[in-house]
Design a protein around this ligand. Structure first.
Ligand code: URA
Length: 239
């Protein structure tokens, strides 16, 4: 059971400063378990007491985990002076200080991206030692060479000599001979594109469909995001 001060909970799970949070409470904008709360220093039990801000439910959970269907043309970064970033796609209702994309997809890659404020979780999801599988669908210029899948499965050398871990790969014939599903347990720079380039091919479009056993929600349109349920977060890192 974690008890925290109300003003701290409001400020750390929103974009309000601690001072603004205190004033919001004093001005009667916050309820705890339905009762008006006017003392900023009162404590609440995180995950047990229910909070409301401006008469709308307010999430007091320590961390938030968001699934985004990343569109093309958006940077996997928190902020950029000139370009649109994935954080610009997070709606106000989920926005809070400290959110960042857990890992990167290239600007032209689409699909599943996790946005969170849980640094520890992100580290575990991305650590090569954890071997969390990431599944991609690659749309290739040419059909895969005959032994392409087995070459990828035995661990391929990139053009610069970098050795890749064995990957799982299969052609999706029902989708067309040029579409390959590939599963990696590491995340080198432009890895999927460089792996197919090493086979003399070219990735023309790339989509990430799964992280761990979490699948991109097919109901999310490009550019849309939603919060993950706790059981969905568990599907990402299974140990
Ligand atoms: N591999 C790539 O080449 N690009 C991505 O965005 C992700 C994996």
């Amino acid at each position: 059971m974690i008890r925290e001060r109300l003003d701290k909970v409001i400020a750390s799970r929103s974009t309000f400063s601690r001072k603004e949070a205190r004033n919001l409470i004093k001005d009667g904008n916050v309820r705890v378990n339905g009762e008006l709360a006017t003392e900023p220093h009162m404590t609440v039990v995180v995950g047990c007491d229910s909070l409301a801000l401006f008469e709308k439910p307010f999430k007091a959970e320590r961390f938030v985990y968001i699934m985004l269907n990343k569109p093309q043309g958006v940077l996997s970064a928190s902020r950029d002076a000139n370009a649109k970033t994935v954080l610009d796609l997070v709606p106000d209702s989920l926005m809070r200080r400290g959110l960042f994309p857990a890992g990167r997809l290239d600007k032209d890659t689409t699909g599943l991206l996790i946005i969170t404020d849980d640094g520890d979780f992100s580290h575990r999801m991305l650590s090569p030692r954890k071997k969390v599988p990431k599944t991609y669908r690659a749309y290739l210029r040419d059909p895969l060479v005959e032994d392409g899948c087995s070459l990828l499965e035995s661990g391929i050398n990139l053009k610069d000599g970098t050795r890749c871990r064995p990957a799982q790969a299969r052609i999706l014939p029902q989708e067309g001979e040029n579409i390959v599903e590939i599963i990696l347990t590491e995340g080198k720079y432009h890895q999927v594109k460089r792996m197919f380039a090493a086979l003399g091919n070219e990735v023309q479009a790339l989509e990430r469909t799964h992280i761990g056993s979490l699948e991109l929600d097919p109901n999310l349109k490009l550019g849309q995001c939603r919060e993950l349920k706790p059981e969905e977060v568990c599907k990402i890192i299974m140990d």
